[in-house]
Write a protein that binds this ligand. Sequence first.
Ligand SMILES: Nc1ncnc2c1ncn2[C@@H]1O[C@H](COP(=O)(O)OP(=O)(O)OP(=O)(O)O)[C@@H](O)[C@H]1O
Ligand SMILES: [Mg+2]
Length: 250
Amino acid sequence: MALLQINDLHVRYGEIVALQGVSFDVAEGQVVTLLGANGAGKSTTLRAISGLAKPTQGDILYDGKSIAGLGPEAIVRMGISHVPEGRRVFPGLTVKENIMLGGSNRRAAKAELSREADAMFDLFPDIRKFANSLGWTLSGGQLQMVAVARGLMAKPRLLLLDEPSLGLAPVIVQAVFRIISEIRRTTTVLLVEQNARMGLSVADHGYVLETGKIVLGGKPDELWGNEAIRAAYLGGHGKVPKEAAAMPHL
Ligand SMILES: Nc1ncnc2c1ncn2[C@@H]1O[C@H](COP(=O)(O)OP(=O)(O)OP(=O)(O)O)[C@@H](O)[C@H]1O
Ligand SMILES: [Mg+2]
């Protein structure tokens, strides 16, 4: 049984139909990437899973149990952590305090959260020097790292990552994806990406969303291998990207 099973999910915002029958699975231990153009419904899918958007039809099974319609606090307690679009970091707190906030769903002592937050800087060495300073100025990539570290502090069984590479310089994108390939050793990841090359390079499976429906799904090399698919949805050229070829599991 898959860790996450999405069945015929429908979500609307008032009159706007954002998802119209989305179905896919995420197996435990995998990285699954959702691709699609602006407005396709990628973020809405993550929002429905984490309880921020209510489905009007369909179901979301997590570990075999329906979580559709539960609130975000209940869902985070069940082990699902959502790193949303945009990089929300609280300016009045130090970087380490920002990261520790991610553990507030757990019944862990503050000292333990503090130790774990310190350990996050091994995964994200670029932001270590800002750990205890107030009045920091972080780059987009560094803010993204704080947001991902905060998501990991929840010790999720399933991590939902919404466009972690958006707006980042290529070298920073690579750093963020290196981190995702670290995270995948311990955590199941559902990743939303517009950067199909990078998104597929870390994935076990990919899906393409178009106007609220899954129109394609397959293994990364299958998605890349199909010329028509690449032209229509992925906007790329050539073979499986170098990054993908270098990944040991592909
Ligand atoms: N709060 C909202 N109120 C009304 N409509 C919304 C809201 N959020 C999203 N939508 C609409 O729902 C649809 C899906 O949006 P969603 O944000 O899920 O797309 P996306 O694939 O994440 O796009 P992007 O790549 O731009 O982030 C779009 O038509 C969008 O305009
Ligand atoms: Mg989005």
